[in-house]
Structures are given as structure tokens and as C-alpha cells.
Design a protein around this ligand. Structure first.
Ligand SMILES: Cc1cc2nc3c(=O)[nH]c(=O)nc-3n(C[C@H](O)[C@H](O)[C@H](O)COP(=O)(O)OP(=O)(O)OC[C@H]3O[C@@H](n4cnc5c(N)ncnc54)[C@H](O)[C@@H]3O)c2cc1C
Length: 465
């Protein structure tokens, strides 16, 4: 293992182990490989030690230790957003911090940093309340929310980052704080976009929304009809109200035993949607997408809040993956043709997707560094990228696709969708407003002067104005 940082002696590590209610693992401990694993298997991180925190005090002890010994630190919930590997440093895992408490009167949920949406939905649904969750229920609440959070109720209620009301945070110097807009305005502004650049969040408090009636699901058409389906979608989104959030995707359905025939291994065009509307209104609203003839599956149905994790069919198991996305102005004929072409032949994409933006997603929310998406759609592609030539070819295909998308780009990408294909400060910078970048740089110098949190999309000091 290579590290420029002096590594603490075994005796000091053992003292930390005794201090913790949670688990500490070094490369020689049996739990090390399980704890260091990321959902995205591309990132084979090899930290010098892993702390799986059992509570906020464990996070304080871990960061105090890192501060004292000059260790770099990164934090992981699920590893869906893994970026640079924290080799030789400390990895703080939040997987045991999954408590969810709901205040139905204030309509606020306090959510532990290791929770995903499957932990949250059963707790909020009995109160008729919903969080602004994303498409995949297994993505971590904190990583998704702090990096923007584009989800099912977005066109009506905006980005999830605007639903944050308070954060329980341990700073790089191990100070434990409750951060609100009033109590800690600089940190409240910076964490909602800057995420782990400013420490480890132990819990988040999120504003919930009422969802008295929900309708949605997914309809699948054969890939051979991509041109027709994409054109119908382009017409439909032109007048779709804010109550409905939707996405169209060209997908390769895996040839796996759990997939029913005749879907196994086929290319399909899916339209997924979620409407805050009663069944009669939603049926009328979605009718133009359901009357194109002969779908492979029409899964639109009334939904409960608990069903929100299953509107679309999303991957669950870890995989090596790389993706990229950009916000584009409109679904022009040229973009329609580009997307339809991805349904032809043996293209290596797992999914090429358009998410409908606009509505509250394009409006200013709480003050923060994230640039609001200015275009009508997010254009996103993802591929499975095993090590070796197949993975390289897939990465190349995504790069080539986005060369063709480039003339259609309209403004900033979302931080939660920066993807793995292009990394580094220039890509990160695109996700923030110019003033946001400068203030993030200033606050990074103030709160993490030793640049201890230098992984997972680090903010460079030289952004400071
Ligand atoms: C299959 C899949 C589906 C997705 N769907 C959506 C979607 O619908 N909408 C959307 O907006 N995004 C989506 N994303 C992107 C996802 O929101 C980001 O990758 C997000 O960062 C993942 O968060 P995580 O906690 O699961 O991942 P992790 O890799 O564990 O964390 C990612 C980053 O989040 C920050 N973070 C995590 N925990 C903490 C903490 N306790 N304190 C401080 N910072 C922390 C850190 O910066 C960390 O590097 C998807 C990603 C995948 C792989």
C-alpha cells in the first residue's frame, strides 16, 4: 500500500477499535473486503482502515483519529456514486445508520446516513407522506439528496436537495454540529451540493410532501419501434403538466433467468411515469403513451406511496458501470434520431435514457451552489464496463454518443448525474453556478483546511474567489 501520510501504529488503531461501538477493519481483518466494496465494482478501493459507524459518536471518534494522524477520509453509504478510490486513507461506512423517524405534524423525516429509500418508504407511507426519492430505491438517501436528487415527484416539487431542513454533521476536525439554515448558514448552503467535502453527515431531516393519489409504472415497446415511440413521447411531453414526471429509455433487457420470456435479451423502449393524480385523471393523461399499439408490457397502475420504489425496473445488484449525462434543450428531430439509433444493432449500452425536466426542477429552490437544469431533458447513457476490451469498447461508445449530443447541450449537468466517464475538477465545476464554485472553494479552505476529504468529487481550493 502506498501512502504519503504517516500511518498510525497498530497500538493506536487498536485503541480506536476499543472506542467504537461499530466495526474497524484493516486489510488483515476478515470483514475488510465486504466493508470496502462499492455498488459500482469499477472502484476497487483499498483504504488503510475502514470504520463502520454504529452511531454519531463513532463518526466523531473516527474523524478525531484521522485528524490526529493526518489521514485522508472518504465516506460511503452504498457506493452507487463511487468516484476516486481512497487508497491508504480512512473509509467511513454509514451502512448501520439506518434509523428513520417521522414527524407527521411537521411532515419531516429524520433519516440516518446509511438508509436507502427501502428504509424510508415503509415509515412515511402510513402517514400519507412521500420523500422526493429517485428512480432506484437502493441508492443512498444522503448521497442522492446532497448531490441534487432528481426523482419521481421532481417536476411538481423540485430537486430533493431543496427538501433538506437540517443535517447532523461531523466536520473534518471532528466537531459534531446540527446544521440548519439559521444555525449554520454557510455549512447549510455548502453541504447541499458539496456533500462530503465538508465532513460526514450522520443524519438528514427532509421535508416530506403529501401524495393522496399516485398513478404510474412503465410501458415497454419493441426496440424496432423506437422512432415511432420517441416521436410520440416528444409530442406528449410538450404539454405534460407538472404533476407528471417521466422518462423514456432504450434498454437492453438482460438475458437472465429472472426475466420472463419473451423479454429476455431483447432491446425495448420503455416509458416510465409517475403522476400525482387520481386514476381517472392519470389514465387520460397517459393515454397517448398507451395507445401506440402492441406494447410488450403495459405496467401503468394506481400506486401507493410504498410502491414508489418500483415505478421503473431498476438494477439492484452491484456491477462495474460507467455513465455520462448532459442536460439538453429539447427533444428535437435530430436528438430523436440519435436516440432511436441506439436501439439498432449490438450497441453496448445498458440504457440510454431521457428524463423529462422542467417544472419545479428548472426553478430556483433554496439558495445553494447547484446550477438548476436549464434544458427540458436529461440525456443519460450507462453501460456495464467489465475490465478489459468489452468495458473499454462500452466506454468508447458512450464517449462517441456524447460527441453527437454535444451540440444540443443546454446548461449545467446535475451533480448526481456527472457519471464516471469524465471526472476531475473541470467536470465537477460544470455542476455549480460560477458564484457557487467560488464560495464552495472559500468554504472548503475554511472547513477542511488540510484537504482531508479529497475523494468523491473534491472541491479544489483554487476555486476560492
Ligand atoms: C443505478 C443508479 C440509479 C440512480 N438513480 C438516480 C436517480 O434516479 N436520480 C438521481 O438524482 N441520481 C441517481 N443516481 C445517482 C446517485 O444519486 C448518486 O450516485 C449518489 O451519489 C449515490 O449516493 P449513495 O449514497 O448511494 O452512494 P455513495 O457512493 O455511497 O456516496 C456517493 C457520494 O455521496 C456523498 N455521501 C454519501 N454519504 C455521505 C455522508 N454520510 N456524508 C456526506 N456525504 C455523503 C459523498 O460525496 C459520496 O462520495 C443513480 C445512480 C445509480 C448507480
Amino acid at each position: 500500500m502506498t501512502s504519503a501520510i504517516p500511518f498510525p501504529a497498530a497500538v493506536e488503531i487498536e485503541a480506536l477499535r476499543v472506542d467504537l461501538d461499530g466495526t474497524l477493519a484493516t486489510p488483515s481483518d476478515p470483514g475488510y473486503d465486504t466493508l470496502r466494496a462499492s455498488w459500482n465494482l469499477t472502484f476497487d478501493q483499498r483504504p488503510a482502515l475502514v470504520v463502520e459507524a454504529a452511531d454519531g459518536d463513532d463518526v466523531v471518534a473516527a474523524l478525531g483519529f484521522a485528524h490526529e494522524h493526518g489521514l485522508t477520509v472518504t465516506v460511503q453509504s452504498t457506493g452507487h456514486g463511487a468516484a476516486e478510490t481512497c487508497d491508504g486513507g480512512m473509509l467511513v461506512c454509514t451502512g448501520r445508520l439506518r434509523d428513520v423517524e417521522v414527524d407527521p405534524v411537521l411532515r419531516v423525516a429524520r433519516i440516518g446516513a446509511g438508509a436507502d429509500w427501502t428504509d424510508v418508504l415503509p415509515r412515511v407511507a402510513p402517514h400519507g407522506l412521500a420523500p422526493l426519492l429517485g428512480f432506484n430505491p437502493h441508492v443512498g438517501v444522503v448521497g442522492y439528496t446532497l448531490l441534487g436528487g432528481l426523482g419521481w415527484l421532481g417536476r411538481k416539487h423540485g430537486l430533493a436537495v431543496d427538501s433538506v431542513r437540517a443535517l447532523d454533521v461531523v466536520l473534518p476536525d471532528a466537531t459534531h454540529l446540527r446544521v440548519t439554515a439559521d444555525a449554520e448558514p454557510d455549512l447549510f448552503w455548502a453541504l447541499r451540493g458539496g456533500a462530503s467535502n465538508f465532513g460526514v453527515v450522520v443524519a438528514l431531516e427532509l421535508q416530506l410532501v403529501e401524495a393522496p393519489a399516485l398513478f404510474g409504472g412503465q410501458i415497454l415497446y419493441p426496440g424496432a419501434r423506437a422512432t415511432q415511440v420517441i416521436a410520440a413521447y416528444a409530442d406528449w411531453i410538450a404539454t405534460a403538466p407538472e404533476e407528471v414526471t417521466s422518462a423514456l429509455a432504450v434498454v437492453r433487457i438482460p438475458a437472465a433467468p429472472f426475466v420472463p420470456e419473451p423479454l429476455r435479451g431483447v432491446t425495448a423502449v420503455s416509458i416510465s411515469a409517475c403522476a400525482l393524480a387520481d386514476p381517472a385523471a392519470a389514465e387520460a393523461l397517459l393515454a397517448p403513451l398507451r395507445t401506440l399499439g402492441d406494447p410488450l408490457i403495459d405496467g401503468f397502475r394506481p400506486l401507493t406511496i410504498g410502491d414508489l420504489g418500483h415505478v421503473a425496473i431498476e438494477p439492484a445488484d452491484p456491477m462495474p458501470a460507467a455513465g455520462h449525462s448532459e442536460v439538453v434543450g429539447a427533444l428535437t428531430p435530430a436528438l430523436q434520431a440519435l436516440l432511436a439509433a441506439t436501439a439498432e444493432g449490438e450497441r453496448p449500452f445498458a440504457v440510454v435514457e431521457l428524463r423529462h425536466l422542467g417544472g419545479a426542477l428548472g426553478r430556483e429552490g433554496l439558495p445553494g451552489p447547484i446550477a438548476r437544469p436549464a434544458g427540458e431533458l436529461l440525456f443519460h447513457a450507462e453501460a456495464v464496463t467489465p475490465p478489459g476490451p468489452a468495458g473499454e469498447a462500452a466506454r468508447g461508445a458512450i464517449a462517441e454518443l456524447f460527441e453527437a449530443v454535444a451540440p444540443h447541450v443546454a446548461g449545467a449537468p446535475l451533480p448526481s448525474f456527472l457519471g464516471e466517464l469524465v471526472s476531475g475538477p473541470e467536470r465537477l465545476a460544470q455542476a455549480y453556478t460560477p458564484a457557487g464554485r467560488a464560495r464552495l472553494g472559500t468554504l472548503k479552505r475554511r472547513y477542511d483546511p488540510d484537504n482531508r476529504f479529497r475523494f468523491g468529487r473534491p472541491i479544489p481550493f483554487d476555486w476560492a474567489a
